[in-house]
Design a protein around this ligand. Structure first.
Ligand code: ATP
Ligand code: MG
Length: 561
């Protein structure tokens, strides 16, 4: 695997494409597509495919289509179509005017099927679903030909026409390709082409009651759009001979299929079917729950398109099975946000501090640097007053030697403000520290002393009178184990769900500048991590999601590989 600092090496698909261009195959054209099925929201695995397909088109001055593979009416929905369009655009890719739907080709698929029947390459089979499975054979035993295999062309045309006219019930007839029941590749044992399905389609309504199978339609979709390189994941390697067979029998344009290894990520699941279960069974709040590996979830959490694209670039493209570390994805986000996120102050577990020698009723507006990594981000004003909040963990009554923050008699710096010294600790009846009485040194405005005296500790803070209440949501891995698919005997992946993946902190205090920010804005809360403003925010209670903490676990992982 290329090191994160290295320039990515050419991947095997680029090698194939460059050879095709050199050979002037397809007149040197490069045309790819991203073909999602609108049966769920896109996830980070799809992002890999999107970056690959659109990225190749950009690199080789080609085109990339966005095509909905909507051949299965049962599970598809316009909500999914809209979310997918939104997500691909958000990731930063442009299909220009090339947005296509496989359902627009239904008439063409039907005509291809008729042609196969006429050429003796397809037949209507009237076995039941169970019988078809029995006749299919196994990996070690050849299949048995269907008794309907030798129906005449006329009979097949008639039955297929009547299937289309809605005369038969679902499951009574099936159009099958006539290939080879003894083939060692099970996909070639007379696979289904068309089935009866009396379901309304999200785009074609009730026009059709027969629908093409994915394996029949997919290669033709690419062919119709004159796709030069049909890039798909490894599971489809065994299907390639079938796609080739269909294209060759009909003598139509023949794209080249190339398979690559799909993205898997530790501590999460990736298939839409499983993600749908998480949503439907209430393990998460929806497809855009910030714990989900969906694009919508990552966006809500605070991920940027740049960080996702960078991640896809680093993991690269290979032909082998692999599992990527979720800490690498987090690393990419941290690197990106470090450059662009504005620094602000938020107190997650507030402790009241009264500065006894600071005049009552006075408010000073102090200057704060927005981003030390980016001078152009400028500065802002933050209010300072007599009563502030600091982080509970920034005070210790009996500190160990290495503790440089506040403790009785000790002096610390308040970021952007003053040095303060703790004079007195106030406790409740149970002995809990509820307030500190401190004094400040007016000579240290801005957080710097004029006499060369230095302090080791710096604390973040907010002015009590100005701070805004916030709920802060901390997220942990959705699953307790790196590979959730490995479930105990008799259980499935849901057995590995982390019951503590969401931790809600109420009563947090954030600086007032955050009220105006648009939902989705991501900040660095000093010393706490990166946080995005959640759409659940209201005018009197802000909600933030922790996108990622400041601590880098990827560098540690990398050292061990
Ligand atoms: P899932 O298994 O999650 O349901 P899918 O493959 O059925 O995914 P599609 O909508 O058919 O989902 O996928 C659209 C494209 O995205 C396909 O070309 C597919 O190969 C690719 N893709 C899906 N999952 C991944 C993944 N984990 N890594 C890389 N590419 C993927
Ligand atoms: Mg699929």
């Amino acid at each position: 695997m290329p090191d994160t600092e290295d320039k990515p090496i050419q991947n095997f698909i680029e090698t194939i494409i460059e050879k095709d261009i050199a050979d002037n195959k397809n007149g040197g054209r490069v045309h790819t597509r991203f073909p999602p099925e609108p049966n769920g929201y896109l996830h980070i695995g799809h992002a890999k495919s999107i970056c690959l397909n659109f990225g190749l088109a950009l690199k080789y001055n080609g085109l990339c289509n966005l095509r909905f593979d909507d051949t299965n009416p049962a599970k598809e929905d316009v909500e999914y179509v809209e979310s997918i369009i939104n997500d691909v655009r958000w990731l930063g890719f442009d299909w220009e005017n090339r947005l296509y739907f496989a359902s627009d080709y239904f008439r063409q698929f039907y005509e291809y099927a008729i042609q196969l029947i006429k050429d003796g390459n397809a037949y209507v089979c009237s076995l039941s679903t169970d019988e078809i499975r029995e006749y299919r054979g196994t990996l070690t035993e050849p299949g048995i030909p269907s008794p309907y295999r030798n129906r005449s062309v006329e009979e097949n045309l008639d039955l297929f026409e009547r299937m289309k006219a809605g005369e038969f019930e679902e499951g009574t007839h099936l159009l099958r390709a006539k290939i080879d029941m003894a083939s060692p590749n099970l996909n070639m044992r007379d696979p289904a082409i068309y089935r009866i399905k009396k379901a309304a389609h999200h785009r074609t309504g009730d026009t059709w009651c027969i629908y093409p199978m994915y394996d029949f339609a997919h290669g033709f979709e690419d062919s119709i759009e004159r796709i030069t390189h049909s890039i798909c994941t490894l599971e489809f390697e065994d299907h390639r001979p079938l796609y080739d067979w269909f294209l060759d029998k009909l003598g139509v344009f023949h794209p080249q299929q190339i398979e690559f290894g799909r993205l898997n990520l530790t501590y999460t699941v990736m298939s839409k079917r499983k993600l749908l279960r998480l949503v439907e069974e209430g393990y998460v709040s929806g497809w855009d729950d910030p714990r989900m590996p969906t694009i919508a979830g990552l966006r809500r959490r605070g991920y940027t398109p740049e960080s996702i694209r960078k991640f896809c670039e680093i993991i690269g493209v290979t032909k082998s099975f692999s599992i990527s570390e979720i800490s690498l994805l987090e690393y990419c986000l941290r690197e990106d946000l470090n450059l662009r996120a504005q620094r602000v102050m938020a107190v997650l577990h507030p402790l009241k501090v009264t500065i006894t020698n600071y005049p009552e009723g006075t408010v000073e507006m102090l200057d704060a640097v927005n981003n030390p990594e980016d001078e152009s981000a400028g500065t802002r004003k933050i209010p300072f007053s007599r009563v502030i909040y600091i982080e509970q963990e920034d005070f210790m009554e009996n500190p160990p030697k290495q503790f440089f923050r506040l403790s009785p008699g000790k002096e610390v710096r308040l970021k952007h403000a003053y040095y303060i010294t703790c004079q007195q600790v106030i406790k409740d009846d149970d002995g809990n520290v509820i307030e500190l009485l401190c004094t400040y040194d007016p000579q240290t405005r801005g957080g710097w002393s004029t006499d060369g005296r230095n302090v080791k500790g710096t604390s973040h803070w907010v002015s009590a009178a100005h701070a805004v209440d916030a709920e802060i949501r901390l997220y942990h891995h959705l699953f307790t184990v790196p590979n959730p698919e490995e479930a105990p005997e008799g259980k499935d992946f849901t057995a590995n769900i982390n019951p503590h993946s969401l931790e809600v902190l109420a009563g947090c205090k954030v600086e007032p500048s955050l009220v105006e920010a648009a939902n989705g804005t991501v900040y660095q809360f000093l010393r706490q991590g990166y946080f995005s403003k959640d759409p659940d925010s209201t005018s009197d209670k802000l909600v933030f999601n922790r996108a990622v903490s400041l601590r880098d676990t990827w560098q540690k992982v990398k050292k061990n590989v």
